[in-house]
Design a protein around this ligand. Structure first.
Ligand SMILES: [Zn+2]
Length: 305
């Protein structure tokens, strides 16, 4: 299997969920082995240099996964667009933006999938590198945990645990063994969600300033405030899976393994990636000349365009 980039450059405008700032985002094709990179076009001099994404650059995980470089350059809320890149197996892309935060769009990754479909996805003349988990690695905190185990595919199992009338046993766990279109069908439409009572607290920390019922599911003491309701009965846990897939793709490569978590979030997802990469006994780099040996999860990655 070969590396992938975009067929052409493509732009979109939107608003940052946390900053509330309007932002123009442009995705450009990029050379093989150049990886996923960001550039702030609104910043001058070396602040405007290309930033090659690496898990060690995720230095703010309050409510989103945000790049903060040594120079203090921020690229906020990257997890949903990263999730879309993972879905289409995009290895190399330059993401330019003229504000500190990726636009939230409708709160899901679907608008980014449409954007990638418009740009088209093309194969490149270099083998795609996969990160294969060789040993179980986990991050355990008092009230949450995440784990990656060896598995010849890509499986995600997550559990959330909210004590609220909307949540029950049947809508707080979701497991998916990825193959073909399953991300597009089962995960991509799940939106960001938040509790009304958290909104004031977030805003006092200058977070959530761009949030509204068009880009987030908002929950009060009893129910969903959005008039259109939910897109899936268990949209919340599916969105957590969308987030986790984006957070894990910050490795820059698809991961062959089984990921599971309980009350996971951006901070522990990133801690897990750093822990995996900190010891070369945990993983190996593999590529597949022979398509038959490729795990089924990656056989029919949608080829957009
Ligand atoms: Zn999210």
């Amino acid at each position: 299997m070969q590396q992938r980039t975009l067929g052409k450059s493509i732009s979109v405008t939107g608003v940052g969920l946390h900053s509330g700032e309007r932002v123009r985002l442009t995705l450009h094709p990029a050379e093989a082995n150049s990886g996923i990179a960001f550039r702030r076009t609104d910043l001058a001099g070396e602040m405007g240099d290309i930033i090659r994404l690496h898990p060690n650059l995720i230095n703010d995980t309050r409510l989103s996964s945000t790049v903060v470089t040594e120079n203090g350059v921020r690229v906020g809320t990257i997890e949903h667009i990263m999730s879309a890149f993972a879905a289409y197996g995009v290895d190399n892309v330059l993401v330019e933006l003229n504000a500190p935060e990726i636009p939230i769009m409708d709160g899901s990754s679907l608008p980014f999938l449409y954007l990638l479909q418009d740009a088209g996805i093309v194969d490149q003349d270099a083998p795609k590198q996969f990160l294969r988990i060789k040993k179980t690695v986990e991050v355990v905190e008092p009230d949450k945990w995440v784990r990656f185990e060896p598995y010849e595919g890509f499986r995600v199992t997550l559990t959330i645990d909210f004590n609220h009338p909307l949540f029950n046993r049947s809508n707080q766990t979701f497991a998916i063994d990825f193959a073909g279109q399953s991300y597009v069908d089962e995960i991509a439409r799940a939106r960001t969600f938040g509790f009304m009572q958290e909104v004031e607290l977030m805003r006092s920390h200058n977070l959530g300033l761009g949030g509204n019922l068009n880009n987030a599911v908002v929950i009060d003491d009893q129910d969903v405030l959005n008039p259109e309701g939910l897109r899936y009965p268990d949209e919340f846990v599916r969105h957590k899976i969308l987030d986790a897939i984006g957070d894990l793709y910050i490795a820059g490569h698809p991961i062959i393994g089984a990921f599971s978590g309980y009350k996971s979030g951006h901070a522990v997802n990133n801690a897990l990636l750093r822990k995996i990469l900190s010891d070369s006994d945990n993983y190996e780099w593999v590529s597949f000349k022979d398509q038959d040996r490729l795990p089924a999860a990656f056989h029919d990655l949608p080829l957009a365009g």
